[in-house]
Write a protein that binds this ligand. Structure first.
Ligand SMILES: Cc1cc2nc3c(=O)[nH]c(=O)nc-3n(C[C@H](O)[C@H](O)[C@H](O)COP(=O)(O)O)c2cc1C
Length: 195
């Protein structure tokens, strides 16, 4: 048990990867384990899109950064800052050996209610965490990336995804080429109510 606690505490976000590919059977095992996450009403709304080829990465990168530019221009950002942000984003997309777009099947829902939608989002997030931990077990590092949230329609269209697969997050995966950032502070704001 202590070993499991120790393992759970070792996962960190890694943002630089070696170019080495992750073998297909390792990715299959990681994805399979992630589907053992709990889900509301056991609806298992997670859908995974695996982006590996240079051409798919290019389509994804163009879609995300075009929207990024539009949003930043609307916010009045400086051109130099926009360029810098786009350059870093494209570099990170091209360097990640594997990108998983974590999608939510918007039709895998019990009722068309806000609470059910939230339960769907919570369920896919659990699969995402389980995926990162399963990757860790295979010595594959990862980083959760939120960029697709700002370009959901654009991502569906660029990668020709099924219309009911809503991109909620991305997971960049690969073999680490950096040490994690310094140990961080862990928030413990617990409230125990005993009466
Ligand atoms: C919902 C969510 C969105 C995140 N988005 C990004 C992101 O867009 N880019 C990034 O580099 N890291 C992102 N992260 C990773 C966090 O920055 C990271 O988990 C946090 O700093 C704690 O570090 P650790 O993962 O090493 O424990 C995200 C994490 C979560 C849970």
């Amino acid at each position: 048990m202590n070993k499991l606690h120790q393992f759970l505490k070792t996962r960190r976000s890694i943002r630089r990867f070696k170019p080495d590919p992750v073998p297909a059977h390792v990715m299959e095992a990681i994805l399979h384990t992630s589907t053992f996450a709990p889900s509301a009403h056991n609806l298992q709304p997670w859908r995974f899109v695996q982006v590996e080829s240079d051409s798919a990465k290019e389509k994804l990168g163009n879609a995300l950064t075009t929207k990024m530019r539009t949003d930043m221009e609307l916010e009045g950002a400086l051109q130099a800052d926009i360029q810098k942000r786009i350059k870093i984003s494209l570099r990170r997309i091209s360097e990640a050996p594997i990108i998983i777009i974590l999608c939510r099947d918007i039709e895998a829902i019990r009722e068309n209610k806000r609470e059910d939608e939230i339960m769907g989002i919570q369920s896919i997030a659990l699969a995402g965490l389980q995926l990162l931990l399963a990757a860790e077990a295979e010595k594959v590092s990862g980083n959760w990336i939120c960029w697709v949230l700002y370009a959901q329609k654009e991502t569906i269209s660029a990668l020709e995804l099924p219309k009911n697969w809503l991109p909620e997050a991305m997971l960049f995966l690969g073999y680490a080429d950096e040490e994690p950032e310094d140990a961080k502070h862990h928030t413990h704001e617990n409230l125990t109510i005993k009466r």
